[in-house]
Each structure stands twice: as C-alpha cells, then as structure tokens.
Design a protein around this ligand. Structure first.
Ligand SMILES: *Cc1c(COP(=O)(O)O)cnc(C)c1O
Length: 362
C-alpha cells in the first residue's frame, strides 16, 4: 500500500463526471478568459463583497499590495516561516519585507513580537494562516489599528478556516488565495484570487490584471496580464461544492493522527475557537532524516514546510538577517515534517503512516 502526500488522482476519480462535464461546457462556449461565475461563488463562500480571480496566489499577493500603493521605501511585516511567495508579493511592489518569528505552538506569526518590528516606514502586516490554522487575528488587528497599518491576509493555505467564528480572510483589507493544484481548493493548473469588501480596490486589482484597463483599449495605467481562466474557474466551481466535506475529512484525519502520535512526537495544536483546515499536518521529531527515510521506504509521501526560514534564505541574504533573530523558525526548521494530508486518506493509510512514525520517531 502506498500513501500519497496529496492524492489528486483519487480526488479526480471521485468527481470525474462533474468536472469533465463542467470543462466540456467551457469548451463548448469557448469562454476561456474569465471566470466570473466562480468569482461570485467564492465571494459568497468567503463572505467577501468582491472576489477578483488572478493567475496564481503569488500574483494575488503582489497585485493586492500593488493596488494598495505599496512601493519602494515601504516596509511590510510578515512571518519568517512561510512559503517564499508571501515575501515575493511584497518585494515585487518594491517594498521591503520585514520578518517576524512565529509562535512555537501554532507556527503562526507571534503577535508579541510584532510591535518591535514596526518603524515609521511600516505600511502593512501580512499574517499567513499557515498550515490551515488562522493566525492570532485579535492581537494582530489591535496592533494594526493602533499603528494605523493595513492588514493583507495570506489565505493560500486556509480556504474555509475560521477564527472565533469569523472566516479567515475577513479581518484585513484584502485576502489572497492560491488555487495551486495541491491547495485545499485546487485548480487543474495555476490560479488565485483576491477577496475584499472594498469595491475600488477590487476594481484596481482587476484592472491591474487586465493591462490597466476595464474599458477595451483604454489603459489607465501600466498593468499586467493576470486573470483566472474559464477552465480553471469551472473546475473550481465544481470543487468548491465539495470543499467543506473534504475539510471535515482532513480534520478527522488530523484527529486520528493526533490520537495515534501524541505520545511519540510533537503534534499540531489547534487554537481554541478555531477551525484549522489542515492544509498540512506537521509534526516535530528529533530524528527527521531517519523518519523521512523510513516513511519513503514504507511508500509514504512526506515533505518539509519549510526547510529554510525566509530571512536566512539566499534570496533575502541582502536584508542581513541572522538565524539567531529567529530562534523559533530556525529551531524547528530541522525538526518539522509534514505527513500525508488530504480528503481521501483511509483509516488503513493513517494507521500505516502512524505505525512508521511510532516505530522510528525520537
Ligand atoms: C502556495 C502559497 C502561495 C502562492 O501561491 P501560488 O498559487 O503557488 O503562486 C502564497 N503563500 C502561501 C503561504 C502559499 O502556501
């Protein structure tokens, strides 16, 4: 028996009829470039007034921050332990990312360290709802309000997550989503979106992704080409209907892993009043290389999210950070390992994974 890290084939088989029909309709209509139907459905799902589809999650971050006017000389605070796209979105506006370490228990941006990172140049905070767990938004929003900073949420790993009864993505000025195939809501190619309640901001982001234009051949500024295409939108519309059921299956799988593993390694902790949607199920062990080798030999997929914290990754060497400034992110980077996590995991598969971890983990 093999256990895929993410099993896109099993998911496709479970929705093949619906997805094939939806793609077929796009082919018949030749409505290839836009996905307004999905945008409206996703806005309704998230509770946002507006949803603008873009080409990928990295563009969602970049375009939201570009449309908010961030640029050279501005600083934008984000988490040290996230996928590089979060910081790239900041960097491509011309602004400088400023990294803050994470909380050791939830792995999300540590609000207690936030104020020390704020300077007169700070424009915004970009919390990441990492692994599917919302960042601690109450203190983050309080600090943002106190210092008059914008908040842009990175929701690439948190489709459907909630914090104190409110959807992740509904706290800040804008929320940025990725629909990369392996995300909780994944397209069949690259795709992304920005949600916001601000109509003018939504219009600016849409124009930015359509050559600075919302009237044909009238270009108000220099834009780019970054749109959500019709085929991806059709796939996403089908999958959105299944998202909550798939999320419940992820949560059940995480509970089964927790039960089997909590006495042999550090298992994820879900903050109270939170719906953690388990994009990733991350444990900590002291002998990671040995464990990953054993998982591989047993036919179990696994990964590391992420092996090198951003402040010390070569792309950001010029910012001059030292590992000692990020004791938590740098300390866990050699211990974390992500186990298989998706909606199609069977009880037998979870048992097999847990057996390997129980046998090898130290
Ligand atoms: C996947 C991801 C992104 C980027 O999304 P793409 O669609 O791959 O460009 C941004 N932030 C986080 C936290 C991600 O996991």
């Amino acid at each position: 028996m093999k256990v895929q890290f993410v099993d896109l084939k099993a998911q496709y088989r479970s929705i093949k009829g619906e997805v094939d029909a939806a793609i077929g309709q796009v082919l018949e209509s030749c409505a290839f470039i836009n996905a307004r139907g999905f945008e409206a459905e996703f806005a309704a799902y998230t509770g946002a007034k507006h949803c603008v589809g873009v080409a990928n999650g990295t563009d969602a971050l970049f375009m939201a921050m570009k449309a908010l006017g961030f640029g050279p000389g501005d600083e934008v605070i984000t988490a040290a332990n996230t996928f590089i796209a979060t910081a790239e979105g900041i960097s491509w506006t011309g602004a400088t990312p400023v990294f803050v370490d994470c909380d050791p228990v939830t792995y999300t941006l540590d609000p207690a360290q936030l104020e020390a990172a704020i300077t007169p140049r700070t424009r915004a905070i970009v919390p990441v709802h990492l692994y599917g767990q919302p960042a601690d938004m109450d203190p983050i929003m309080a600090i943002a309000d106190k210092h008059d900073l914008l908040v842009v949420e990175d929701c690439a790993q948190s489709h459907g997550a909630t914090y104190k009864g409110k959807k992740a993505g509904s706290f800040g000025k804008a929320a940025c989503y990725s629909f990369y195939p392996g995300k909780n809501l994944g397209a069949y190619g690259d795709a992304g979106a920005v949600t916001t309640d601000d109509e003018a901001l939504a219009t600016d982001i849409r124009k930015l992704g359509d050559h600075g234009s919302n009237v044909k051949y009238r270009h108000d500024f220099v834009g780019a080409n970054s749109r959500l295409d019709g085929i991806q939108g059709a796939v996403l519309s089908v999958k959105l209907k299944h998202l909550d059921a798939w999320t419940d299956q992820r949560i059940a799988a995480a509970a089964a892993y927790n039960k089997a593993l909590k006495d042999v390694c550090v298992v994820p902790l879900t903050r109270a009043d939170t719906r953690h949607v388990f994009h990733l199920y991350v444990i900590q062990v002291n002998n990671r290389d040995e464990l990953m080798k054993a998982l591989g030999e047993a036919g179990v997929g696994c990964g590391i999210h992420y092996p090198v914290p951003l402040p010390v990754t070569p792309a950001y060497a010029d910012l001059g950070y030292e590992p000692a400034q990020f004791p938590v992110s740098c300390g866990i980077a050699d211990k974390i390992v992500s186990l298989p996590m998706h909606g199609d995991l069977t009880a037998e598969q979870i048992q097999l994974v847990a057996d390997v971890v129980r046998r090898v983990a130290k």
